[in-house]
Design a protein around this ligand. Structure first.
Ligand code: ZN
Length: 160
């Protein structure tokens, strides 16, 4: 069957940046998602629509169809005393925070100065051109429960 809304898709993928460095790949082969439920980025979902088991292809997803462009307003200086364990703060450290509009976001420490810490609330892949190599491994119809939840349930009926 072809991939369409409410398909459960299993695929292999490798994600490279524009210089060919591997950013991410499916471990042990199975990345599983519910098609048409915005579980993956729009550019990838668009490229997968209509594909079938065994199809292999590459697709370049620009930031506007991926994680968007970097928003300079999401890079902020925060007073060091806001952190409980300021001594442990190091560049590259990530932690969970809340954006001003209440969304859960991951924040990355960009710079540690004397009195302030520079944090970046942009997605790590914001502004990045993503080059995917995809192989479609399996396509099946989603169950009614999966459709109503908007995500895939595991092979043993595990519910999270
Ligand atoms: Zn569920």
């Amino acid at each position: 069957m072809q991939i369409e809304p409410n398909s459960v898709v299993t695929l292999h993928y490798t994600l490279k940046d524009k210089d060919g460095n591997i950013i991410d790949q499916s471990d042990d082969g199975s990345f599983l998602y519910l098609h048409g439920a915005m579980n993956i980025i729009p550019g990838l979902e668009k490229a997968l629509t209509g594909k079938s088991v065994g199809d292999e292809f590459s697709v370049t997803v620009p930031p506007e169809e991926g994680y968007g462009h970097k928003d300079p307003a999401r890079v902020q200086e925060v007073p060091k005393e806001m952190f409980q364990d300021a001594g442990d703060i190091a560049v590259g450290l990530q932690f969970h925070a809340q954006s001003p509009d209440g969304q859960a976001i991951v924040v990355t420490v960009k710079e540690v100065k004397d009195d302030v810490v520079v944090i970046d609330g942009n997605h790590a892949l914001a502004g990045v051109e993503m080059n995917f190599s995809i192989k479609v491994i399996d396509v099946r119809e989603a169950s009614e429960e999966e459709i109503s939840h908007g995500h895939v349930h595991g092979p043993h009926g595990h519910h999270h």
